[in-house]
Write a protein that binds this ligand. Structure first.
Ligand code: IPM
Ligand code: MN
Length: 347
């Protein structure tokens, strides 16, 4: 029987609830399809930081390397650990050090889910650059605490980094409607973003079958609301992709539905799967977090591992559940009830 080793990092807050829910669903799908998921739990989180002084052990990333994939819940507990510490201590180094350069974020209205745009259908795929750009971490502060204090945060765009994410986007566009929207802000940012536009035009020559559009990030944000049907695959830098995918999540009904896959397309290190949402301290102990984003992220993990059938079965079960009105509005159904409904459909 095929077996996959999965590193589970539930993290903080609702991360724990939704990872538990996703794991139950994944186990059920594995049983159904005749493969094994061996999970190893890592308690790395803000609570772990408070005990040990670090979000994960110094060799944490190396420990994860032997796994086939990583399933992560959410990281952050700002009341106790500043986000800039917790995220740079766990989530962001994993994305970078495992070269998970493509962050795939599908935004689709599930049946029965009423997004705020109501009448419009919504189905776009956002490909977010995930290792450099505005998140490069290059910069510093000088003259701290004085009137002369300076803070510099340099966005770094490399030809390798920009070209590979665009190629990845074009490949995705080929699998969908052969339309790709490249997102920049090259009217204002005349170095990095003009460079991105140039690389887009170069890479596009290898994909003559794909229709390319160039949008500024502000304009595409408006278009996602006003004319989402004109968009399909969107490729954006790290920060622009971050912002647009919260917008996408909102349009698909809320953060509780938006999954994501941090992919290392070269497959020389594990990929990581996590919902777009955070740890949601405000509802963390209420048992009402929507597990659908995490379950969908788990389905993306199975697809990445080659278990397409199981992934499709999970998504079919989720869609039946939402079309029955279960898990379709924030806080209405407990995490457990939604999970049980998905499990019931699966079996
Ligand atoms: C996301 C999150 C992270 C990001 C934060 C928590 C650092 O917002 O995955 O979208 O900005 O990448
Ligand atoms: Mn985000």
């Amino acid at each position: 029987m095929k077996a996959y080793s999965i590193a589970l990092i539930p993290g903080d807050g609702i991360g724990k609830d939704v990872t538990g829910a996703a794991w139950e669903v994944l186990q059920a799908a594995a049983k159904l399809d005749g493969f094994v998921l061996e999970g190893t739990n890592f308690p790395w989180s803000c609570a772990y930081y408070q005990e040990t002084g670090a979000m994960m052990p110094p060799d944490g990333v190396e420990t994860l390397r032997r796994f086939d994939a990583i399933l992560l819940g959410a990281v952050g507990w700002p009341a106790e650990v500043p986000d800039s510490v917790s995220l740079h201590g766990l989530l962001l180094p994993i994305r970078k050090q495992f070269n998970q350069y493509a962050n795939i974020r599908p935004h689709r209205l599930l049946p029965g889910v009423q997004g705020p745009l109501r009448s419009k259908g919504f189905d776009i795929l956002c490909i977010r650059e995930n290792t450099e750009g505005e998140y490069s971490g290059a910069g510093g502060r000088v003259h701290s605490g004085t009137q002369h204090e300076v803070a510099v945060e340099t966005a770094i765009f490399t030809r390798t980094g920009v070209e590979r994410i665009l190629r990845f986007g074009f490949e995705q566009a080929r699998k969908r409607s052969k339309k790709l929207a490249s997102v920049t802000k090259s009217n204002a940012q005349r170095h990095s973003m003009v460079f991105w536009d140039e690389v887009t035009r170069e890479v596009a020559k290898d994909y003559p079958d794909v229709e390319v559009s160039h949008y500024h990030v502000d304009a595409i944000a408006a278009r996602m609301v006003m004319a989402p049907e004109s968009l399909d695959v969107i490729v954006a830098s790290n920060l622009f992709g971050d912002i647009l995918t919260d917008l996408g999540a909102a349009i698909q009904g809320g953060l509780g539905y938006a999954p994501s896959a941090n992919i290392n397309p070269d497959r020389n290190a594990p990929s990581m799967f996590e919902p777009v949402h955070g740890s949601a301290p405000d509802i963390a102990h209420l048992g009402i977090a929507n597990p659908i984003a995490a379950i969908w992220s788990g389905a993306m993990m199975l697809e990445h591992l080659g278990e397409r059938n199981a992934a499709a079965e999970i998504m079919a079960a989720v869609e039946i559940v939402t079309s029955q009105g279960i898990g379709t509005s924030a806080g209405k159904d407990p995490t457990k009830a939604i999970t049980q409904a998905v499990l019931a459909e699966l079996s």
